[in-house]
Unconditional design. Sequence first.
Length: 124
Amino acid sequence: MIRVMKRSLLMLAIISFISVIALPVKATETRCGWLQNPTPKNWYLKDRDGTWTISQQGKSPPKGMDTISISDGKEVVLTNGNHGYNCACLNVVVDSSRMRIITIQGGEALPLSTCREDPNLPKE
């Protein structure tokens, strides 16, 4: 009886270990495109794969949200008071099934011409 219990516990431990190492690892990606802040607390990144939601009014922002701002860029297009867009690359972790950015680990503003001349990006 004790031998059977030990074997069962060992099998349970092995299965638990395998399931933990099989979990997908969230890797950091660099995504470049139009960083948009059209209205307060609403942030998006439009890149070659589509529109990624960064933050929406009334919802919790992703970790690292405080590291980005359109006003940090030298070239900003204002479309609504202090809100608008610029061209940027962000180092992020994403949830690709929901097109959401879940962590921002940094990034940099780029000249508007970089996005304007990229044939893979939508026109702004």
